[in-house]
Ligand binder design. Structure first.
Ligand code: AP5
Ligand code: ZN
Length: 213
């Protein structure tokens, strides 16, 4: 399966991805995670992406298209993949479709994590992450056993730099202006399934499973 998860910040893409990945043996390609790793490692890509990410703006199409072009060619991704956070502009979607056409494949489904903006601030400001695995918690909705520590490794959890109410506003603006048109783009192709992402995590998982039957 070749899937796209699309939805605003905090809609649950990163929470559902590991579950889908395990169930269908897909590779999980999250451009946000890859960019954060590049920023932390101070690679040329990270240096170029840092400023836009901190402001909650999108990084340039060329940078992310380059990352995905390399990733979908990996042998481990030939059985299928989950794109989490890509494509985020119509230009990215068109370039992705071209890359897949060259491989003789296409996107099977686009899961649209539909959710009201009003719910997202609480989700974003309460999020805690285990940096080396990406495991995600929430202080209220999915608390770790010991506050501030990962359940599996007992290592410290961190908060993302862009997870503030102020930066969330720019991220939401970017979503509505630049990413919502991508949903319309794939709707025309009949590939979009709408999920009710405001439901509890397990119920969203059930919706995802139904969408992929
Ligand atoms: P990215 O990392 O993709 O961030 P995002 O799209 O803003 O999405 P999030 O990771 O914030 O949300 P999520 O849907 O994964 O939520 P989660 O499951 O963790 O991008 C970051 C930046 O990188 C961008 O701003 C941009 O600068 C750059 N970038 C990345 N890709 C790009 C691209 N293609 N083009 C250009 N620039 C790009 O859930 C959130 C919280 O809620 C967690 O605490 C979780 O525990 C909790 N939660 C999850 N589901 C539920 C539920 N059902 N009920 C209650 N709580 C829940
Ligand atoms: Zn995420």
């Amino acid at each position: 399966k070749r899937l796209i998860l699309i939805g605003p910040p905090g809609s649950g893409k990163g929470t559902q991805s590991p579950i889908i990945k395990e169930e269908y043996c897909l590779c999980h390609l999250a451009t946000g995670d890859m960019l954060r790793a590049a920023v932390a490692a101070k690679t040329p890509l990270g240096v170029k992406a840092k400023e836009a990410m901190e402001k909650g703006e999108l990084v340039s199409d060329d940078l992310v298209v380059g990352i995905i072009d390399e990733a979908i060619k990996r042998p481990s991704c030939q059985k299928g993949f989950i794109l989490d956070g890509f494509p985020r502009t119509v230009v990215q979607a068109e370039k992705l479709d071209d890359m897949l056409a060259k491989q003789g494949t296409k996107i099977d489904k686009v899961l649209n994590f539909a959710i009201d903006d009003a719910i997202l601030e609480e989700r974003i400001t309460g999020r805690w992450i285990h940096p080396s695995t990406g495991r995600t918690y929430h202080s209220k909705f999915a608390p770790p056993k010991v506050p501030g520590l990962d359940d599996v490794t007992s290592e410290p959890l961190i908060q993302r730099k862009d997870d503030t109410a102020a930066v969330l506003k720019s991220r939401l603006e970017a979503f509505h202006k630049q990413t919502e048109p991508v949903i319309a783009y794939y709707s025309k192709k009949g590939a979009v399934v709408n999920l009710q992402a405001e439901k509890p995590p397990k119920e969203v998982t059930t919706e995802v499973q139904k969408a992929l039957l």
